[in-house]
Design a protein around this ligand. Structure first.
Ligand code: XUL
Length: 496
């Protein structure tokens, strides 16, 4: 379940998609825009809307697939959002009646009828309280894998406690969006997922327990606990839609995404979209306030996530400058320049049309080094610089990367992928893949793993074994021309 829609994907034993359907939240007439309401810095969604969406999604799914044959269901949901249930919820969930709708039965079970969305940024005060509670943002990152973020669940809960004390008082159970959806399917409060719980600023990742100092800011209303689970769907879904199966841990969209590909330790997904995201599987716990660390949802170790604001827009600006100079269109000239410029120039460019997160700097464009030909040299420089930043941040977690998968819009450009590959030098190759619906596919894979894996089989082995020939090789293997340039890159970046 993303911000804007609820999607259902059915996969077979070979992990091939056999059917899918979806519900856009805005089609449900709640007056939401792109799935949410916005009021100043607050962004939130009505929880009952999701219940309507769940019923409607199943109505749509049964048109094309016999749900009696489904063995397991899992989910990947927008992260950080929380659902505030009152003392009625437990019993209502247990007794869901298939002659009525979900909304009709659960509508009075919420202490606050809204769920804060990850785009909310109303918790500046509370973030400060979280960092102060443990002695600063470095320390908070060390404990919880993340500095305080406005959208993270802990600060959001504290805000509710401070601004709507009555609603907070009425709250008996707090769920994450992921555990809430699982709770409805299972007809009981489901635990928080071990990976999604890391998006709260409350969970001590290394020790796998709540942090006392942080929890003392709020009360422990996570009545279902934290853990991996295998529950059963409740009778509501069997009677109404024929679905009687296992409910495997629901997680967040980003942990879900890493389950969509056969990722093993030190493998990386680079998403070249409007923003740039790198997701990595690592065995090393190396937290930083600049990025996110979560426990791996299924396998051993952790997943790291680098989120950059600048990506496609910055590349497009350079492309446009190139096209303006040469009277060309499209990516051809940009690509030609990027591929023909020497990688030995001691030039470093930083192209941030938007304020950047990694590193934390205001919007800027800066060039370091001699003999710049603008915009010609920018084509290679922007790709090098975006990739060097990723390489530099991943290094403490994984050394060099094993496999790299490029996804998102930019991955359709061979030159971009090739130059990123040259910089990242993955030891086992670079691939591209059309990965729309990644997190939903990841969740479906997880359901398959929960139902079909053999005793003791590892996630990595399970997915590797079933993986078809679904990726395309970038086809570049070469020497590492960038190790000796990293130090200079870091030095320039510090001057921004
Ligand atoms: C991750 C984040 C978003 C949301 C919605 O920290 O806030 O990715 O999970 O996509």
């Amino acid at each position: 379940m993303s911000t804007q829609q609820l999607k259902g994907i059915v996969v077979n034993e070979s992990l091939e998609t056999v059917y899918h359907s979806k519900v856009e939240f805005d089609e449900l007439n709640y007056g939401t825009k792109k799935g949410v309401f916005t009021s100043g810095k607050q962004v939130y969604a009505p929880v009952v809307m999701w219940l309507d969406a769940l019923d409607l999604l199943f109505e749509r799914l049964i048109e094309g697939v016999d749900l009696k044959r489904v063995k397991g269901v899992s989910g990947a949901c927008q992260q950080h959002g929380s659902v505030y249930m009152n003392s009625k919820a437990g019993n209502v969930l247990k007794e869901l009646d298939s002659s009525k709708s979900l909304k009709e039965q659960l509508k009075d079970c919420f202490a606050w009828e809204m769920s804060p969305n990850w785009q909310d940024h109303s918790t500046i005060e509370q973030c400060k309280q979280f960092e102060d509670a443990v002695g600063g943002r470095e320390e908070l990152a060390n404990i919880t894998g993340n500095k305080a973020h406005h959208r993270f669940t802990g600060p959001q809960i504290l805000r509710l406690k401070q601004t709507q004390p009555e609603a907070y008082e009425q709250t008996e159970t707090i769920a994450l969006v992921s555990s809430f959806l699982a709770s409805v399917l299972a007809g009981q409060h489901a635990p928080l997922d071990i990976s999604d719980v890391c998006g709260m600023n409350l969970w001590d990742i290394e020790n796998q327990k709540w942090n006392d100092k942080l929890m003392s800011l709020i009360d422990n209303k996570f009545t279902a606990g934290v853990g991996n689970y295998k529950l059963q769907t409740c009778s509501y879904f069997e009677k109404k839609y024929g679905l009687k199966c296992n409910v495997l841990s629901f997680t967040g969209d980003n942990p879900g995404t890493i389950l969509s590909l056969p990722l093993a330790t030190n493998d990386v997904i680079v998403s070249l979209g409007t923003s740039t995201t790198a997701l990595v599987v690592t065995q090393k716990y190396v937290p930083s306030p600049l990025y996110h660390l979560f426990t791996h949802p299924v396998g051993k170790g952790y997943m790291g996530m680098l989120c950059y604001c600048n990506g496609a827009l910055a590349r497009e600006q350079v492309r446009d400058n190139v096209n303006e100079k040469y009277g060309t269109t499209g990516w051809e000239k940009f690509n030609e320049l990027a591929e023909s410029t020497s990688t030995n120039f001691d030039q470093y460019g930083f192209y941030f049309p938007l304020d950047e997160i990694i590193p934390e700097v205001k919007a800027t464009t800066q060039r370091f080094g001699e003999n710049w030909e603008i915009p010609d040299n920018d084509a290679l420089a922007i790709l090098e610089s975006q990739a060097l930043s990723i390489r530099n941040r991943l290094a403490p977690m994984i050394g060099t990367s094993r496999r790299v998968y490029f996804v998102g819009g930019g991955s359709n450009n061979q030159t971009i992928c090739k130059i990123f590959t040259k910089v990242l030098v993955p030891s086992d190759g670079a691939y591209t893949m059309d990965l729309s619906d990644a997190c939903a596919i990841g969740a479906a894979n997880r359901a398959a793993f929960g139902c079909n894996s053999s005793e003791g089989e590892l996630w990595e082995d399970f997915i590797e074994k079933r993986w078809g020939n679904w990726c395309k090789s970038v086809g570049y293997e070469g020497d590492d021309n960038y190790q000796h340039r990293l130090a200079k890159f870091v030095e320039c970046e510090k001057q921004l």
